[in-house]
Design a binder for this molecule. Structure first.
Ligand code: FUC
Length: 790
């Protein structure tokens, strides 16, 4: 699988050396295949990007760029993830507290539309909408005289996280390489050309739709400084700066107006730094110009090769923690956009493996260190008014973004999610106190850079209190993969505060005498009575079951809060259980309304939360509920938005239905649902589908719950033979699997936490009791697990 020399330069020489490369566009597909060997881990194309969703994303967690790969012009669309509209604000609606008792009465009396109207009038956040993520702008380059290119290829090589553009002008090879370095905190762009021309002529400018000024400093640095926009009546408080330093080997640099022109340079290196004044939700004390100056001064000490080497050494081992081989076919030799077009009609298992690694690449590129967590578009957004504000929707989307982190060993990506949840717990405690008169903290269905936590958009969507609870459980799940005691101690206050809010606000259902949320809703779905507003939807009780039990478990492990554990046990017993309705389905609401709901194929399937991401419903322990979940999935249908399909994929994997999961993968990996750059289309673009499907591919191969490690639990027939190395299982396990002819052949296990587990495959089980750091290899032969003979 590994090409001889993985540096972009080395691969370029292998791939494009000689005359064959120059005539690559003229070659028939089999010869192109030969030409493209070593591209297994690349997205690549034979044309520049015309549109944003064809451009290739690079990112270092905090800064990102979309690389268009043009010939006579190039565009790098730039993002910095703390650039949002507005500024610090408090969205609390103080009327809520007084209105809530009446709203609860209306809900229990079945007057849902009236309840919704009262929520609209007295509970919704002020302002009603949140702030949105902004583009910084573009670095624009024009190359006079570059015409009649041949042998054009642009490529995103995942292991090295580099975007390369290469083509010939006459017999001179023009190369452009871009990457976003996390170690050196700069975006690097190198422009070069080989003999006989071997000269680079380029003019460069920065442009933006924002309110900003552009200038040139020292004759070699483009500077663009400005302010973020006001939004919903909240003044713009972000100050941002983009700085691009041009370092030319030979030739001349000339500045004119707000542009820099490099003439007859042997090579041009552009170092880009982006920064804002944002330090935290209420701290705007950073100096973006100083940050940029310092970072550029640091980075400019290194030449291109050193910057690249430092970047690759940082990125490559992280991506390499997991390897997936699902086999390869001729289709793998085609450009990526062509493979997407054919995926449903041809066998191309390698595209699934590429999609999987791309999902991991994207998460590593948009969520690391001090960055913001992956937002609705990860890190990449070219607009000032992106769909849904490109913020954090926490009734599924943000949590889905982090589903691959545990199973595919991207632990560092969780750090920004932890920080956001900690900040939300602060702002959410004000919402809990001032709107509900409750302890703890609460966040509704969205948040933004300012960590707004009150209900937004309208009662129909926003009146749902489980966002913070679900985020806390996502962090618990991360602990479950790593079993790091320090991490558990860090997240315990979040779990506890989330649980306290519900201990204080759950109310007794007058008919059922059970404790329920009220007012609430089953995310974004209307019940038959003209509203989404209800009491105790199934999802809420499911989330609360996990929240209370995991909080109690964490307290027990940490030896804390014995009294609170008692309180939790008391409320846990009084939550409504999951119910099976008249169509054999799992009920979405306390009453059996599902079959009369107006949108029976709704994209959200919130009440299957217990099946995934939770394990409350599973094939082994709750077969009747699992059958009801299956019935619900049949009724809802397969067609949905990108993330809707990705969630369905995970559900079917949990139900052990590999071929059905594969069918959903075919729906997702089609031109309707995946753009040429493999971004998930939820028109326009939303990254959760990428991440949800990446997690589902892992889920098809390995599931881990309650000490059970299920090997190949949902293997589709289309993946007859293959192997995976480095997947993670809950309990701190690392798992390698190989299979052939649809049957497991071997499993290797490393225990990082010394937990016990039982391996399950084809109806057989095998207990393991490895100590911390111990390994075990087993073969599967003649229908049984056997000790490896090697
Ligand atoms: C939820 C979904 C929409 C979209 C938005 C960002 O509201 O229902 O489909 O994903 O989040």
């Amino acid at each position: 699988m590994t090409p001889p020399d993985e540096s972009p330069i080395g691969r370029r020489q292998v791939l494009l050396g000689g005359v064959a490369a120059a005539i690559a566009p003229l070659l028939p597909p089999p010869l192109i295949a030969k030409e493209m060997q070593g591209r297994e881990n690349s997205l690549w194309y034979t044309r520049p990007a015309d549109e944003w969703v064809q451009a290739l994303p690079i990112g270092n967690g905090r800064m990102g760029a979309m690389v268009f790969g043009g010939i006579s012009s190039e565009r790098l669309q730039l993002n910095e993830d703390s650039f949002f509209s507005g500024g610090p604000y408090n969205p609390v609606n103080p009327q809520a507290r007084e209105a809530l008792p009446r709203i609860r009465e209306l809900v229990f009396a079945g007057k849902y539309a009236e309840a919704q109207a009262l929520i609209e009038a007295s509970v919704m956040a002020r302002p009603l909408r949140q702030m949105s993520y902004q583009t910084v702008g573009d670095l624009m380059l024009t190359f006079p005289g570059l015409e009649n290119a041949s042998g054009y290829v642009r490529e995103l090589h995942l292991p090295t996280a580099t975007a390369d553009t290469r083509f010939f002008i006459d017999s001179s090879l023009v190369t452009r390489t871009a990457f976003a370095s996390a170690v050196d905190q700069v975006i690097v762009l190198r422009l070069a050309a080989s003999a006989p021309r071997a000269r680079v002529n380029v003019s460069m400018t920065l442009r933006t739709p924002q309110h900003a000024l552009t200038s040139v400093e020292n004759g070699d640095t483009l500077v663009m400084a400005g302010e973020g926009p006001a939004d919903q009546g909240i003044p713009g408080a972000i100050r941002f700066e983009a700085r691009a330093q041009v370092i030319a080997k030979g030739g001349q640099l000339r500045a004119s107006g707000a542009g820099i022109y490099a003439q007859d340079a042997g090579e041009v290196l552009v170092l880009i730094s982006l920064a804002t004044n944002y330090l935290g939700p209420v701290d705007l004390g950073a100096d973006p110009a100083q940050l940029n100056r310092d970072r550029l001064a640091q980075a400019a000490r290194f030449d291109f090769d050193t910057l690249l080497k430092r970047h690759v050494e940082d990125f490559k081992p992280r991506l390499a923690r997991v390897e997936l081989d699902l086999g390869t076919t001729e289709a793998a030799a085609l450009p990526t956009d062509e493979r997407i077009r054919r995926f449903a009609m041809t066998s191309d298992p390698a595209l699934t493996a590429l999609y999987f690694q791309y999902g991991r690449y994207l998460l590593l590129s948009c969520s690391r260190g001090n960055s913001q967590p992956a937002n609705l578009q990860g890190l990449w957004n070219e607009r000032t008014d992106p769909p849904w504000g490109s913020k954090w929707t926490i009734n599924i989307n943000t949590q889905m973004n982090y589903w691959p982190a545990g199973p595919t060993a991207l632990f560092e990506c969780v750090q920004p999610l932890l920080r956001m949840t900690q900040e939300l717990a602060q702002s959410g405690s004000r919402v809990a106190r001032d709107m509900y008169g409750a302890r703890g903290w609460v966040a509704h269905h969205n948040t933004d850079l300012w960590r707004a936590a009150a209900p937004i958009d309208g009662a129909f969507w926003g009146m749902w209190q489980m966002g913070g609870a679900w985020l806390s459980l996502a962090l618990w799940d991360h602990w479950d993969y790593t079993r790091d005691p320090a991490f558990l101690a860090t997240i315990y206050p979040l779990l506890k505060g989330a649980a306290e809010f519900f201990v204080d606000t759950l109310v007794e259902h007058p008919r059922e005498k059970l404790l329920v949320t009220n007012p609430s809703l089953s995310p974004e779905n209307s019940h038959p009575f003209g509203s989404s507003i209800c009491a105790g939807p199934a999802m809420d009780s499911q989330i609360l079951r996990d929240l209370f039990s995991k909080t109690a478990e964490a307290a027990k492990i940490l030896g804390l809060d014995a009294g609170f554990r008692q309180d939790l046990a008391g409320v846990l017993n009084r939550l409504p259980k999951d119910r099976i309705g008249k169509a054999g389905q799992l009920q979405e609401w306390m009453d059996d309304w599902d079959m009369d709901a107006p949108e029976i194929n709704h994209r959200h399937i919130s009440h299957l939360w217990a099946l995934h991401p939770s394990d409350q419903i599973n094939l082994e322990d709750t077969p009747a509920l699992a059958a009801a979940a299956r019935r619900t999935l049949e009724i809802r249908g397969d067609e949905s938005t990108g993330w809707g399909i990705a969630w369905r994929l995970n559900f079917w994997a949990r139900l052990g239905a590999g071929d059905r999961a594969f069918h959903l993968l075919q729906l997702l990996l089609s031109p309707q649902r995946s753009y040429p750059n493999l971004f998930d289309a939820h028109p326009p673009f939303q990254i959760d589908g990428n991440f949800g499907a990446t997690a589902a591919i892992a889920e098809i191969l390995l599931q881990s719950h309650r000490g059970r490690l299920k090997l190949l639990p949902a293997l589709p027939r289309a993946w007859a033979s293959g192997s995976v190395r480095g997947l993670r299982a809950r309990g701190g396990f690392e798992v390698d699997l190989a299979w052939s002819g649809g049957v497991l052949t071997s499993v290797r296990l490393v225990s990082h936490a010394g937990e016990r587990a039982t391996l399950l495959y084809a109806g057989k089980s095998m207990p393991t009791a490895l100590g911390r750091g111990e390994r075990q290899s087993l073969e599967w032969r003649d229908g049984s697990f056997r000790r490896d003979r090697t």
